[in-house]
Design a protein around this ligand. Sequence first.
Ligand code: BDP
Length: 721
Amino acid sequence: MKNFWLLCFLLSTLWGVAHDGYDLWLRYDQIADETRLGEYQNAFGGIYFNTDSPTLKVALQEMDRGLSGLLAQSPRFLDTASDGAGLIVLKKVLLDATTLQQVAGDFEGLGRDGFVISPITSNGRKATLITANEDLGILYGVFHFLRQLQMQQPLHALKERSTPKTDIRMLNHWDNLDRTVERGYAGFSIWNWHTLPDLIDQRYIDYARANASIGINATSPTNVNANAEILTPHYLEKVQALARVFRPYGIKVYLTARFSAPIEIGGLQTADPLDTQVRQWWKDKATEIYSLIPDFGGFLVKANSEGQPGPQNYGRTHADGANMLAEALAPHQGTVIWRAFVYSEHDLTDRAKQAFSEFVPVDGQFHTNVMLQVKNGPIDFQPREPFHPMFGAMPKTPLMMEFQITQEYLGFSTHLVFLPRLFEEVLQADTYRKGKGSTVARVIDGSLHGYTRTGMAGVANIGTDINWTGHPFGQANWYGFGRLAWDPYMSSEQIAEEWLRTTFSNERGFLQPMKQLLLGSREAVVHYMNPLGLHHIFDSGHHYGPGPWVDNHSRPEWNPVYYHRADRLGVGFDRTATGSDALQQYAPHWAEKWGDLASCPEEYLLWFHHLPWTYVLKNGHTLWEGMALTYQQGVVEVQQMKNTWAQMAPYVDLEQHDRVSMLLDIQLKEARWWRDACLLYFGQFSGEPLPPGVDAPDHSLGYYQSLKFPYAPGIRPSWDD
Ligand code: BDP
């Protein structure tokens, strides 16, 4: 028998199917710790699992698959709990009185999606119970249970009561109908619109499984720069097929709605939201969609932003536009998710101020089924931004968080950057809008303002690459997003630990150094790309690599020079009262703290202040020296990541190890590129030499400026910024 398994292992390695990353964090390899394995085999040999719905069926399939792999034995599914079941999976309504009594308290406030895992005594023997109010809660409970087993937790620790803190936990795909993915770096779109609805790719099912395993319950498969075609009957049939696949996994489909669709596919002359024909068109469209997809989630809308059509084309407000769609969806319980990422070339104030200026004054004017989706920071998914000032400033309008999981500004899918660290920093930020403790997390979970609707969206990093995300570590960002959408108070450290254990290994020798690597990786990218509050100095259009010199775009805010404002006298964007005064959009606590150089954290220095090159930092270095040394530090940190990874070979599949090593080589090369290009550029203004400890650049500034990447992945066609 032993030889048989050895042979299987060798063959699978030879065939290259060992671990290509396709399984994500749902790897159900046999538990390595033999004592633990024995305990589990004893405890979970017999299972009683009620399966009277499609959701419970997929939950059972997952349990079967999980236990067969982890325990290396097929689970015995029993007909009744009294047949000696060690594991009982039952909805609350089916619990007998003695069992219910043991967990009754856990049901308080458990809600629709929550679950309970608890040790109980059943028919005189010890057992583990997974229960919930609804089927979906059971599915979430099963995934959680299997995760604990993957992490080899002791039996007594298999105990959990968990309820998601947000209602809509959503992926936004920026996928086009031709299968290109805007800001996508992991191949093409996984949605094969051409072969849908007839061909159901296994990927669609595995996508749903993976999302359900981390509590994601909504998806919007198409780009926010929307194509109206998706709303035509031809495409809706395809969307219906996807919705059918996702339904048992509790995932609702939303569609991106192009505001001008009534003209483009409806034959109308206008898309004015106050026009009666237009309003009727959207009502009819909503009815048509719900007849095909009864649990359709609603519309996600980008309007009057970066050239997209919207209500302002007709002199109407965002509220007019959103409310029109809200009225169309209301009879079907649908939601409008209206994006707050707007800025206009006609508004000459600071781009960082525009969303706040447009939306905060109309707080309270949106219908109850409208939510505003706000990016984490006021500019655009930079390696570091202060939190968006809209958070906490709109008590009457539910705000959703929008994070970017795909690494548009963080090294695409070639850099290892653990984003839960960034997400956590934003969620834990205190807006001070209702005194101390008014964190962004409390805005998002609705507790600060009593929102009745809550949610978090993440721009997906998924594509057709075999491992879904290109960089094997990109999976951690998808995983971490889901976990934080479920619980915005979770620590990035716990997420790192879970992901490393479920994806790679439970060995101490692996976990300790790798956790450190993950947790430090976000700061490293800030250091080698955007130190001291610098931002948006990426080369234009594709955003691949540095381009602080770019100044030839027609719209001022498309030019990196707009953001750093470097000259002989200094560098940085003055957002204090002497400059754009964007600081006034924050609570007085922050306006004062960030406005005063003595109390402004240096990580935000050049975000809020324009300072002379000779300005002295806390450590005694001048601004120029500090900038140079921080770029250098970023490079050193990547080198350290490489060294750590080199030690991890014994714990990781060979192919994966090689792949990550090569990616880290690229990251190191690019970190140097960032350092050299930016320091050569800014050095022209500072007029100072590189301080000791900073490596000399390999090339001239002219060389870096000459680099062009017309075919960099993820480019948005005919877009420049
Ligand atoms: C920017 C991207 C652009 C998106 C836009 C958005 O460069 O491709 O369309 O955000 O969020 O980050 O709408």
